[in-house]
Design a protein around this ligand. Structure first.
Ligand code: UT7
Length: 329
């Protein structure tokens, strides 16, 4: 133990075909393309329009794309961790449903619910199973079908989110690259500012909760905005200090894609050049646990072996953190 590093050996993304543009939203709520784009950076988001499709289908889409790219034999996969807040059902886990759909007969798995930081939590958890020598092939997937929990009459939230997923394959390596370190944080006191009011044990679903439209994302945007910049900036600074690195040693930053102003706010806070910050929010909006692996997938072609990459996220919980990794291929 100690000599094995967990390395990402493949990545792929998946989004459903349906698209809602800002112009489409102008017909649904009182908003404008100009407001949405200038305040968030978003132009469009992908939405699953088939009522028979759920989060597990996003997971399957991303993993299938990964299989097509890498030639992975699904029967070699030992574990599947799915980060999501939009599981197919309250139980069982979406990871198990997706494993069954994929034919991953030799894998067990579970979901991690850490909202927009879910992929960081899941990747860190999976890396420990690899570093200890317990497993050799783990799929880590961030997937959210946010359209299933959005109130399309609330312009403050429905314009922000989209559906999407990204998957990485994590394997052991004796080389120097791979996951180097992580800082994960949480503060449950933040729950009041970003949560779903009903549908859990605190407030089970009733006709009243449905009529009060309490099964949707509730967010106090301004509070979350400020906490997000602070949380991500501090976790990056702490991570750099803890690894005796300066911001100049980092090749790429991949932040959670919630708002372009938050993303560049974090970059400016730590003095990081904008051209090294990878952003694809324009095409997808905020896909919650899906944003970071979707970004890894979109920009994979730019990475060189040994590149130092920082992943960072902030979301409901509150949850936040940062991961330092070195690209392996
Ligand atoms: O991923 C999970 C974490 N989530 C986030 O990181 C999201 C954090 N928050 C945000 O990104 C931003 O706070 C929002 C994009 C949600 C809102 O941007 P803002 O610059 O904080 O706007 P605001 O809430 O201060 O609203 C400014 C104005 C208000 O009107 P008044 O009171 O100034 O007349 C809003 O009612 O904009 C209005 N407004 C809109 N106008 C057009 C709010 N939503 C919209 C809209 N279209 N969709």
């Amino acid at each position: 133990m100690g000599d094995i590093k967990a390395v990402i050996t493949g990545v792929a993304g998946f989004v459903p075909e349906g698209i809602i543009t800002n112009k489409d939203l102008e017909k649904m709520v009182e908003t404008s393309d100009e407001w949405i784009h200038s305040r968030t950076g978003i132009k469009q988001r992908h939405i699953e329009k088939d009522p028979n499709k759920a989060c597990s289908d996003l997971v399957v889409g991303a993993v299938q794309n990964l299989i097509n790219k890498t030639g992975l034999d699904i029967l070699d996969v030992e574990m599947i961790i799915v980060a999501t807040v939009t599981a197919d059902y309250p139980f069982p886990d979406t990871a198990n449903i997706a494993a069954s759909k994929l034919g991953a007969k030799n894998a067990f798995g579970y979901d991690i619910n850490a909202a927009c930081s879910g992929f960081l939590y899941a990747l860190t958890t999976a890396s420990k199973f690899i570093e200890t020598g317990t497993y050799k092939k783990i799929l880590v997937v961030g997937a959210d079908q946010m359209s299933s929990i959005l109130n399309y009459e609330d312009r403050t939230t429905c314009i922000l989110f989209g559906d999407g997923a990204g998957a990485v394959l994590l394997e052991p390596s004796e080389g120097p690259h791979g996951i180097q370190d992580a800082i994960l944080r949480a503060d449950g006191a933040g729950a009041e500012f970003l949560h779903m009011k009903a549908g859990g044990s605190m407030s089970p679903a009733t006709v009243d909760t449905v009529n009060a439209r309490q099964h949707f994302v509730y967010q106090e945007g301004k509070v979350v905005f400020k906490a997000a910049i602070k949380g991500m900036s501090e976790s990056i600074s702490d991570l750099l200090a803890q690894n005796n690195l300066s911001k100049d040693d980092i090749d790429w930053m991949i932040p959670h894609q919630a708002n372009k102003r938050i993303i560049y706010g974090v970059a400016d806070f730590i003095g990081f050049p904008h051209e090294k910050v990878l952003v694809n929010i324009e095409n997808y909006g905020n896909t919650t646990a899906g944003t970071i692996p979707l970004c890894l997938s979109d920009f994979e072609g730019q990475f060189k072996k040994g590149d130092k990459i920082i992943l960072t996220a902030f979301g409901g919980g509150f949850t936040w953190g940062a991961i330092l990794l070195e690209w392996n291929y």
